[in-house]
Design a protein around this ligand. Structure first.
Ligand code: PLP
Length: 235
């Protein structure tokens, strides 16, 4: 697995990247954590190759996308153009009919939230022989419209995923908009602890420092690295 970043204090010639790295390092230090245990995922959805190239040049190796087709169109050429060991994370909702394409392209899938998707991914893992890191996505605010597994259904989904042979390493969530995120991050951390899962994918541009203080191992940062997105993306 690629290191999230080798030296948190090193300058990269990319001011936004340096700033996010420094904030992660500061939040980790406050919480008595080693910043090397936190993977910064640059969420590059809707961003063109020209916007991604400077981050690649600055040594950023983990990227997040929310649509399989967009990632398939964009990333093979970018990966070919760099010597770096790129890690691609799928952070958006996944349709079962795209499970095999997702397993073929991504190194981690953060949005597993229902039994039918577990089945489709397990078949895809078997067929392709690839085993991306898997996260169960939790509907942590119990919002009716939102993706993610209900909290009460989480133990059952985890059992199913383990029985199907999916390598589940942690939990992922997007807290409700326009509320204080910290209680939701703390709840996600508690759920993961109770289930014996070590990894926590939580924290976006507006709240990744809080997430790091509360135990995030993967933060998903878009706007703070790229500036505002060209088109609004679904959360
Ligand atoms: C877009 C997106 C992000 C990044 O959001 P920013 O506010 O731009 O940092 C993180 N996680 C998910 C699931 C997303 O869809």
């Amino acid at each position: 697995m690629a290191m999230p970043f080798s030296d948190p204090a090193a300058s990269s010639n990319h001011p936004a990247l340096d700033d996010v790295r420094a904030r992660i390092a500061r939040s980790a230090a406050l919480a008595g954590r080693d910043p090397r245990g936190i993977e910064l995922i640059a969420v590059s959805k809707t961003q063109r190759a020209e916007a991604i190239a400077p981050l690649l040049a600055a040594g950023q190796a983990s990227f997040g996308e929310n649509r399989v087709q967009e990632a398939e169109a964009k990333w093979p050429a970018l990966v070919e153009a760099t010597d770096a060991d790129i890690r691609l994370h799928l952070v958006g909702q996944l349709q079962s009919n795209k499970a095999e394409a997702a397993v073929a392209l991504f190194d981690a899938i953060h949005s597993i939230d229902r039994p039918s998707l577990v089945e489709a991914l397990a078949r895809a893992v078997e067929r392709t022989g690839r085993r991306p890191d898997c996260f169960l996505q939790v509907n942590i605010g119990e919002e009716p419209q939102k993706g993610g597994c209900a909290i009460a259904a989480l133990p059952g989904l985890l059992d199913q995923a383990r029985a199907a042979g999916l390598p589940i390493i942690g939990l992922m969530a997007v807290p409700p908009l326009e509320t204080e995120a910290a209680p939701y991050f703390a709840l996600l951390a508690k759920l993961a602890r109770d289930l014996g899962l070590a990894k926590l994918s939580m924290g976006m541009s507006s709240d990744y420092e809080t997430a790091v203080m509360l135990g995030a191992t993967h933060v998903r940062v878009g706007a703070a690295l790229f500036g505002a997105r060209r088109v609004p993306a679904e959360g």
